[in-house]
Design a protein around this ligand. Structure first.
Ligand code: HEC
Ligand code: HEC
Length: 200
């Protein structure tokens, strides 16, 4: 019995050793060309560029692969991702995931509606509560593929929700976000985005 357990442990150790481990230091070196828009540590200074710091590595990898295969379209990112190998993508994602995301400050006038939507959805329109997937603190759920949202720039959050609503962005598994944003009014999108930017 003990021998069997030891053997299983050895197989697991070999299996993990064989897989190419993502390299944070290499990712930092490779991130030079991303810094102009996303900031040195992934906290982008301009609000139309998403923060990458503290985001789950697997979500970042999925987005970069989706830009590369043009499942997700953006004139800038399609070009950036086209030049990246799978190893570059894994290293860059590990680097940004290891950085700490800064927070924004929510607009006081939008907090009440934003909080209501984030925590309870909108029963009248069948809008699901965001926290059921993105967690009560906005940190998401990595194994499930739900990204961290807290502290993200309002401008980018609003753009993402509008893109899912208009179906300009269609790389969400099982149309989870298209079904969600499709039920939201512009006012609701603005309120919940403001709330999330200050959530932690
Ligand atoms: C010229 C500006 C620019 C540069 C340089 C740039 N990006 Fe981006 N990046 C953007 C914009 C704009 C978006 C948002 C696209 C959208 O709205 O869908 C974005 C989105 C992303 C996303 C998706 C984030 C999310 O929350 O879904 C990732 C990941 C990303 N970039 C990684 C990188 C990496 C890695 C590099 C360097 C190899 C890089 N970017 C270089 C402008 C840039
Ligand atoms: C059923 C689960 C689910 C619910 C409920 C949900 N989301 Fe999402 N959300 C996702 C998934 C999955 C993704 C990632 C899609 C992808 O892989 O590109 C996502 C992505 C997002 C993004 C894009 C993040 C980025 O960095 O580009 C935003 C913004 C977002 N959700 C906001 C919300 C808001 C606001 C609500 C509530 C009104 C909500 N979500 C409810 C599953 C969900």
């Amino acid at each position: 019995m003990k021998k069997q357990i030891l053997f299983a442990g050895l197989i697991l150790a070999f299996g993990m050793g064989a897989a190419q481990a993502a390299d944070v230091a290499a990712g930092k070196t490779k991130s030079g060309m991303c810094a102009a828009c996303h900031g040195l540590d992934g906290n982008s200074p301009a609000p139309m560029f998403p923060k990458l710091a503290g985001q789950h590595a697997s979500y970042l990898e999925k987005q970069l692969q989706d830009f590369k295969s043009q499942k997700r379209n953006d004139p800038t990112m399609t070009g950036m991702a086209a030049a990246l190998s799978d190893e570059d993508i894994a290293d860059l994602s590990a680097y940004y995931a290891s950085q700490k995301k800064t927070l924004e400050v929510a607009d006081v006038e939008k907090i009440t509606l934003g909080e209501k939507l984030y925590r309870g959805g909108n029963p009248e329109t069948g809008l699901a509560a965001c926290l059921s997937c993105h967690s009560p603190t906005g940190s998401g759920n990595e194994p499930a593929g739900f990204p961290s949202l807290s502290g993200q720039h309002v401008t980018y959050l609003e753009k993402s929700l509008n893109d899912f609503k208009s179906e300009a962005r269609t790389n969400d598994a099982s149309e989870m976000m298209r079904n969600t944003a499709g039920k939201m009014t512009l006012k609701e999108i603005k309120a919940v985005s403001s709330y999330i930017s200050g959530l932690h």
